[in-house]
Write a new protein. Structure first.
Length: 430
């Protein structure tokens, strides 16, 4: 029996919405004890097999990142499970929930089993796969939910390919409801958003870029909520990025529907003006929104209306980004940069650290039915240790991801991950 004591830490407890000074004991890969009294800590220090002085750094539940794109199968040159796992560990992400928008799509138990084996062999963090909602993500025929869940699927989504046939979507939601499966939707009205590169408005007009109205997100969410009311399915909206969509989300929750929502690190920390002179590393999907939308989404995180923050890690190679803005691929990497980038909101006083980790760790764990995401006795020892004040200038070429498409290249940030533990094993040390 090996015991590891992490002492002299500031413990972030998102469940209690509190930060306390103390120590944490790891045993058999789980949290065995939380200690806040000096006499208890000194006594345990004498009996523990190993101890680590955290030097007053913050210790929090490991991040659970829903909606990560890994290039296997089909685009391994962009990202592999090994490189994604190493990037996650360096970013304090202990669990990645992968998207099925691969080539081919993850729509059969055989494909799902392949990626599960690859992840277990090469990734130092926990990997939980989502499967496609419809075969080939083509929106015509739903996949075999039962077989895919038996193979390890934690949810179903067609990602940014919105199912336009409401009869197909209704059948899929009804089937998912009967199995207790989670469906993740991408709230967009596809006709309005097709071909859009930015959010419509004065900036889009001045730049001569095709835009999409924020109402497209509201319309897509309204449709999905109506189908949720019809079917009773467990539903998660992947990214809510506009103020227009928030009242509909609030009504759905007040009506008792089993609905949660997420947003991305980029929509919380950037706005439409960051595109500037057609900088394609800032092209994401949905496109960056107005500053007013950004502030409203931050407030929704603070109040708990939006439940989850994700990186929406989408690796793209140089060739697909170094194109005219309208033609360039959308997406940015974020596994390694998410925590220091989001600490901007902590340093500006917009969000507290317990609130951040409620959205990064606790709520994703609750949505997926995982025991992780909390600092309680018996929970998995999935942990991140970080210095919130350490300054750094981000160099994209030092990122562990194969692809380097981050909008934060050269950005001055505050916050550095010092260590990451998965099931009590240290998988990253700064």
């Amino acid at each position: 029996m090996t015991q590891t004591l992490l002492l002299n830490a500031r413990l972030i407890d998102p469940e209690a919405d509190a930060i306390t000074e103390g120590a944490l004991l790891i045993e058999h890969g789980k949290i065995a004890e939380l200690l806040t009294q000096r006499t208890d800590i000194e006594a345990k220090k004498l009996s523990a097999d190993n101890f680590l002085d955290c030097g007053g750094a913050f210790l929090a539940p490991g991040i659970i990142d829903i909606g990560v794109k890994v290039g296997e199968p089909g685009e391994r040159h962009k990202e592999s499970f090994k490189t994604a796992g190493n990037a996650a560990a360096a970013g304090g992400v202990t669990t990645i929930v992968t998207r099925p928008d691969t080539n081919p799509a993850i729509d059969t138990p055989e494909t799902l089993e392949f990626i599960r084996r690859r992840a277990q062999e090469t990734a130092p963090v926990t990997v939980l796969p989502m499967a496609a909602l419809t075969k080939g993500r083509e929106g015509r025929e739903m996949t075999e939910f039962g077989f895919l869940m038996d193979a390890g699927a934690v949810g179903f989504t067609d990602c940014d390919r919105v199912v336009t046939d409401t009869k197909v979507l209704t059948r899929a939601m009804t089937y998912a409801r009967s199995l207790g499966a989670l469906v993740m939707g991408h709230p967009q009205e596809p006709g309005l958003s097709q071909g859009a590169a930015v959010t419509s408005g004065k900036f889009a007009t001045l730049r001569g870029l095709p835009g999409v109205s924020p109402m497209a997100e509201r319309m897509g969410l309204d449709r999905d909520i109506a189908l949720i009311e019809m079917t009773g399915v467990k539903y998660h909206a992947d990214q809510i990025t506009t103020a227009r969509a928030l009242p509909a989300l609030e009504r759905a929750k007040k009506n008792g529907f089993d609905v949660t929502a997420g947003t991305s690190m980029h929509h919380l920390t950037l706005n439409e003006l960051d595109v500037s002179d057609y900088r394609t590393f800032f092209k994401v999907k949905p496109p960056l929104r107005s500053e007013e939308d950004r502030q409203e989404v931050i407030e929704a995180i603070r109040t708990g209306l939006i439940d989850v923050i994700g990186s929406f890690h989408t690796p793209q190679d140089e060739e697909s980004k170094r194109l005219p803005y309208e033609e360039a691929a959308a997406g940015a990497v974020g596994l390694e940069t998410m925590l220091p980038v989001l600490l901007r909101l902590y340093h500006s006083g917009e969000l507290t650290l317990p609130t951040l980790f409620r959205a990064l760790s606790l709520n994703p764990a609750r949505r997926l039915g995982l025991p992780a995401g909390r600092l309680t006795k018996g929970a998995p020892a999935d942990l991140v240790l970080f210095d919130a004040d350490k300054p750094l200038i981000l160099d994209r070429f030092k990122l562990r991801s194969k692809s380097k498409n981050t909008p934060f290249d050269g950005a001055r940030l505050q916050g550095k991950v010092l260590g990451t533990w998965v099931a009590g094993t240290r998988v990253f040390e700064a």
